[in-house]
Ligand binder design. Structure first.
Ligand code: FMN
Length: 271
């Protein structure tokens, strides 16, 4: 296989996926002596453009894990990406609970797009909902694993490996349903319609509207008028801490996650 260019392509509302994809792709590009191009499709305008690859490209392709799966709002866009027999490495970032079937789902999507998957990895970042859950991740240990993963990919490429089908990654196929949070009585908590609110602390800078990956925040009164995927970009990036969720189901789920997944989950890769 001949690689002329490495790509770091990702959707990353709060930056965790971006860190993993950029780190691994930069390491591989440097070892192969080829350039790396960044393609960030977090914002909606980028997802209106077409993108197509060719067989000398190697694309590190990342999304966060949402309810154990690839974010479903991305599915229509992901179908439009043209793999063109490029090599691809699906990468997901998760918030310390589990990546469930997100990695295998992303692998399948990329294969359906016409990519040839070579490896896959799931990395831990701070959970979107929380400042406590997996706080400070990725940390030094995580970066070590990212570099190990990159090195193994370089070895595989240099070993004369040839594509003979989708790369093995962990997960079930057929893909399991979306992870459903439950309340203390075992009833499903449905947070799909929950939207962020804005407090009086708002300074009117409009950053929340700029960073919303769904383009759902009104540029005048900063209310959320469209789909909210609870990515928390508006909450975590607000300079005055004015954005918040007050839905009791959402808060219950967030606190439960903080309690149940206090321990350290580890990244996993498959080469
Ligand atoms: C709605 C929603 C659901 C999530 N579901 C999961 C999950 O099932 N398992 C998990 O470990 N993390 C889950 N997370 C956390 C994110 O996967 C994690 O924080 C990720 O690193 C965020 O990526 P980003 O920083 O690139 O935005 C979820 C986050 C959101 C917003």
């Amino acid at each position: 296989m001949e690689i002329k260019k490495v790509w770091a392509m990702y959707f990353s509302p709060t930056g965790g996926t971006e860190k993993a994809v950029r780190t691994v792709s930069a390491h591989v590009a440097e070892s192969l002596g080829v350039p790396v191009e960044i393609y960030d499709f977090t914002l909606p305008d980028v997802r209106k453009k077409e993108i197509a690859f060719t067989e000398t490209d190697l694309v590190f392709f990342g999304t966060p894990v949402i309810a154990g799966r690839v974010p479903n709002v991305l599915l229509p866009y992901l179908k439009t990406v043209v793999g063109g027999k490029a090599y691809a490495v699906p990468m997901v970032s998760f918030g310390n609970r589990n990546f469930d079937d997100a990695l295998i789902e992303l692998r399948n999507i990329l294969e359906d797009d016409g990519f040839r998957t070579i490896a896959g990895g799931a990395f831990v970042s701070e959970h979107s909902f929380s400042r406590k859950l997996s706080a400070g991740r990725p940390d030094e240990e995580d970066y070590k694993v990212m570099h190990e993963f990159a090195e193994k990919i370089v070895e595989k490429i240099n070993s004369g490996w040839e594509y003979d089908g989708p790369a093995y990654v962990k997960g079930e196929d057929p893909i399991r349903p979306y992870f459903t949070p439950r309340d203390r009585y075992g009833n499903a908590i449905d947070i799909r319609k929950v939207k962020p609110k804005t407090s009086d602390a708002c300074c009117g800078c409009g950053l929340c509207a700029e960073v919303c990956p769904m383009g759902s925040i009104d540029k005048v009164d900063f209310s959320c008028t469209g789909i909210c995927i609870k990515c928390c970009a508006c909450i975590k990036k607000c300079p005055s801490g004015a954005k918040y969720f007050d839905d009791p189901g959402y808060i219950y789920h967030k606190e439960e996650l903080e309690e149940l997944y206090e321990g350290r989950s580890l990244p996993e890769y498959f080469v």
